[in-house]
Design a protein around this ligand. Sequence first.
Ligand code: BG6
Length: 522
Amino acid sequence: MEQVVQPEVALKQHTIWQNGQTPEPCAVVIFGATGDLTQRKLLPTLAHMMHDHPLPQSFCIVAFARRPMTDEQWRAMALDSVNKFMAPGDKLDEKAQKAFAQNLFYCQSDFNDREGYQKLADLLERLDEEKGTRGNRLFYLATPPTTDSEIIHQLGGAGLARQQHNNGDEESWTRIIIEKPFGRDLVSAQKLNRELARVFRENQTYRIDHYMGKETVQNLLALRFANGIFEPLWNQKYIDHVQIVVAESLGIGTRAEYYEESGAIRDMVQNHIMQVLCLTAMEPPVAFDADAIRDEKVKVMRAIPALSQEQVASNTVRARYTAGVVDGESVPAYKEEKGVAPNSTTETYVALKLFIENWRWADVPFYIRTGKRLPARSTEVTIQFKRVPHQLYKPSETKGLVPNRLTIRIQPDEGITLKFGAKIPGAARQLESVDMDFSYAKAFGIISPEAYERLLADAMIGDSTLFIRRDEVEASWRIVDSIINGWKSMPADSVHTYPAGTWGPKEAEELIERDGREWDTP
Ligand code: BG6
């Protein structure tokens, strides 16, 4: 089958600023600066942005963290991470490393120390004068969720949340980015939202979900709302069911402490998967702007009823990996990972069936599955269409035919495949399913931006379209809470097991096979 792609070309650098807009000078203040996210993602991303895209000259990164360190030590640590975690093709030469490092500053303090925030306020004022950051601040909470409230409260107390005035003429801005997990249930998310609202206005608040920064996730909107051919079919008349699969071959790494408390449902379903589901299922927004898009996402979640205890028992499966082989390497069981309690009941795998009770999606099941230590890393949305109302061909002629499927590959090998039936050439009437394939890399020849880069750039220019609004986060917890509460009343052995390196427990296969369907395994 001919592929709908352009000839291969060398990959070009992407743009990150919308309509050529560049941000105003600013200071990015990172809380939790010595943590995993900062080292692996934020610093390499900021270094790449500084080097490859026009960032303002007056741009500083201030680390606010507990560990005693000088500016020089922090610079050396940051450069280490940049060198280690930046994509191989992006590495900075010595001159660029020096230029990056001279914009880094360190403020040592405990998160609950009032004086530390005063010290931070003084440092930021000094940088406004010396570096020209003009009173613009972007606070980034890359901290464990337990510290969020304290930091927000202290920022407010030190007067750091105010949008100040600069020399009486130009208004400066202050924004705050908060990492997931946002709360650990509906009640704690509501509490955090209230605490935030006491200090920051909603339009200063950027709740981040890095899946929204992925090009392929944003392309769900383009695919649906910029093409005449899909939208008329995008409903319960033509769609049999939808699958959202987020598979990871990685385990929990060094994050046992976090993961034990979170499990797959809080780590992946409440945020990333719910966002992908919303973009797949929402109505066309009235405009391409932050509120219009987020209004439609919230409506999707409101149309998903909380699951009853019976529905949790029949429509959800949770499981934990046992020892196995992934990518040719033996890996230990979850319970043997360092930092995991021997009697842990945390799930590393979830499969679910949900319904969106609205006009468009009545009776269309959405099957979701996500897990760690599966055979491959693959995130896909599959739209499976209904079969033709009357089959002209004999069963023996259509043995090789599967229903029409549109598979949206979020990662890796980003692209879209449409499966349809075709006749095998020759006198015999034999049909087979074939693929029509689109690949981002081949079609555009552009390197997709790293999700964090897109989102940091948007926060700097004040565009919150790809960030999560207060009501969204609460709507999602309402659904997820009902599942977690259902699990609480179930026996511990209802957490099934699967060997690492397999696609999950047999119960997850049964969940979908009971309905006469099967998982679309990559
Ligand atoms: C994070 C989760 O939010 O997303 C991790 O905490 C997970 O457990 C990661 O591995 C997956 O992100 P990506 O971009 O690699 O799919």
